[in-house]
Design a protein around this ligand. Structure first.
Ligand code: BTN
Length: 325
């Protein structure tokens, strides 16, 4: 099920964002809708988990900042002018949605305020509460054979890493092979690549990125240790500005990857990876291997030095968990 952002919901959130109380009748008059229609929107926001106070005689007030995503604002401020942006109030998964978009030339980005079936790697759920984080997917067309896309997930991680670094997150921010961004060993962002099809040497790929932005809820049902930008920086982050930076960084990285492949990013990766020279346990579908990380290859594969001194190579497709020991 997919829902476009409701225009009355956008207006009510915009009015309530001054943290004052607004009563149902006044909100109804401003929006030219009935009090009961206002009440339904307030109920919907509460159902989405937005913290609100309601006081008899005073009305409704937001208890936490909430600025909704704005596709027009994002589109106006990105460097690339021919990208389509599809924004949803709620959707199963922004990546699964893009798989249904029949577009073989144009870049299409989908964003949502909430995902009901957000996907992480290895069939894990990606927790996607309303209005808190970035749930972002991009349909991109590479002039490459699928076999040449090996380092793509690392390049996407570097684009996210550079975006987050510009917020002053410091040295605790690292990339973690193959596609995590961590801060102080807690997950801040993850990405997922779905190769759609290859036609006449062009590979159509859906790149999904989740960033924990303003999520503070300690009870969030997430199996891994996680953090969010707001937890780290102690302030609420403007998700529209973050999306603009993310799109600019991602487009510039994908263009370079299209032209030069992963080897162009090798040094940048080595500088930011938290696993380099670390002892780790790498588990893939077939085996569990212990070793010391010697780096990544020019195809983005992990190089692991085993106890007997030999170097074994693991492709991003094989590995499903890397754990420090
Ligand atoms: C992971 O680290 O496990 C990958 C997480 C990827 C989550 C993003 S959120 C936007 C896009 N839509 C999805 O269903 N998943 C990706």
């Amino acid at each position: 099920m997919q829902k476009k952002l409701n225009k009355h919901l956008i207006k009510i959130v915009t009015i309530l964002n001054d943290y004052q109380y607004h009563d149902g009748s006044t909100l109804g008059e401003k929006l030219k809708i009935t009090r009961s229609a206002v009440w339904k929107i307030i109920k919907k926001l509460q159902h989405y988990g937005i913290q609100m106070d309601s006081v008899k005689g005073k009305g409704y007030a937001l208890l936490e900042p909430l600025t909704l995503l704005n596709a027009a604002k994002i589109k106006k401020n990105i460097e690339h002018n021919s990208i389509d942006i599809h924004l949803f109030e709620s959707i199963h998964s922004t990546s699964d949605y893009l798989k249904t978009v029949n577009q073989h030339k144009k870049i299409v980005i989908s964003l949502a305020e909430q995902q009901t079936k957000g996907r992480g790697r290895l069939q894990r759920e990606w927790y996607s509460p309303f209005g808190k984080n970035i749930y972002f997917s991009c349909l991109y067309h590479f002039h490459k054979d699928v076999s040449e896309l090996a380092g793509l997930s690392l390049v996407v991680s570097l684009a996210v890493f550079n975006t987050l670094k510009s917020y002053g997150l410091g040295d605790l921010l690292r990339v973690k092979w193959p596609n995590d961004i961590i801060y102080d060993n807690k997950k801040l962002s993850g990405s997922l690549i779905d190769v759609q099809a290859e036609t006449h040497g062009v590979s159509h790929v859906v790149i999904g990125i989740g960033i924990n932005v303003n999520m503070l809820n300690e009870e969030a049902n997430i199996s891994q240790a996680w953090t969010s930008m707001q937890k780290i920086l102690g302030r609420s982050i403007d998700r529209n500005a973050l999306c603009i930076q993310l799109i600019n960084q991602l487009m510039s990285h994908l263009n370079k990857f299209n032209a030069h492949g992963f080897s162009h990013f090798l040094d940048e990766w080595m500088e930011s990876d938290c696993l380099i020279h670390q002892g780790i346990t790498l588990q893939n579908l077939a085996e569990k291997v212990h070793g010391k990380v010697a780096g990544v290859s020019e195809h983005g594969h992990l190089l692991l030095q085993l106890a007997n001194g030999t170097i074994q190579t693991f492709s991003s497709g094989d590995a499903f968990m890397v754990r420090k020991v």
